[in-house]
Design a protein around this ligand. Sequence first.
Ligand SMILES: NC(=O)c1ccc[n+]([C@@H]2O[C@H](COP(=O)([O-])OP(=O)(O)OC[C@H]3O[C@@H](n4cnc5c(N)ncnc54)[C@H](OP(=O)(O)O)[C@@H]3O)[C@@H](O)[C@H]2O)c1
Length: 251
Amino acid sequence: MSRIGFVGTGHIAAPMVRFLAARGHDIWVTERSAKVSAQLKSELGVTVADAQSVVDASDIVFLCLRPQVAADILTPLTFRADQQIVSVMAAVSTDQLAELCAPASDFVQTIPLGFLATGGCPLAALGNDRLLADLFEPENPVIKVADQAALNTHFAICAMVPGILDLMATGADWLADQTGNADGAEFYTTQLISGFLSAMEKGKAGQLAAERDALATDGTLSLQMTDALRSGKAHDALNAALAAIGKRLET
Ligand SMILES: NC(=O)c1ccc[n+]([C@@H]2O[C@H](COP(=O)([O-])OP(=O)(O)OC[C@H]3O[C@@H](n4cnc5c(N)ncnc54)[C@H](OP(=O)(O)O)[C@@H]3O)[C@@H](O)[C@H]2O)c1
């Protein structure tokens, strides 16, 4: 078991702390957000301390700060050469991390989502993917990426999740208007998509298109839907948003 520290104890740190504490690791977290750290302390018995004490105590340090404050918070901290660093911060590059965390040089950058706590979250990994796999597999599969640009494209795809949720919310609202049962409409819509995706074979290119084509055959309601979304330029909008987000992450 390892001593694992979190610098930044916010939305994305909390589910990782829960997952790693359940595996028996000894967890230290910084105090802010105070409400989150107090909850983790009472729930899991983690140690709450200032950032330098968290770094000093840890074999592995998770950096879970907002990118815009990362340099200000990390620059004054002293890291050790033997420490391993996991960064989940979008738009903080490997070069910047190397500068901010020197002399530590064993890094992995990844993109967790909150459902990692219950498993099934794919973790794109730039750097020491073995470290991430040791911590989070087999519940959460680790997918090695080649370089910073590739990691950034995975961040862009993560932004697609709320985009898809937004579309699903529109569909569920439409259903609720027809049925008068908002809870039932939301449950049906959510269960339909999650049940479909969990039953689907994964990991092979072309599977999404094959599933679509199996449903959207000539004369079907499914084909009417896929054609309408294409002619309404939904795909153009998605591609444009992905390109714009990818560009934003380059800067
Ligand atoms: N949320 C996600 O689903 C997600 C997914 C993948 C990656 N990420 C990345 O994770 C990072 C954090 O995102 P988040 O959503 O978890 O944001 P967040 O909830 O705002 O967490 C950031 C944390 O940093 C704390 N903080 C601010 N100043 C600090 C200081 N001087 N010392 C110690 N802690 C300090 C904040 O505390 P206060 O609340 O007191 O300001 C807050 O707890 C971002 O870089 C984001 O790109 C997030």
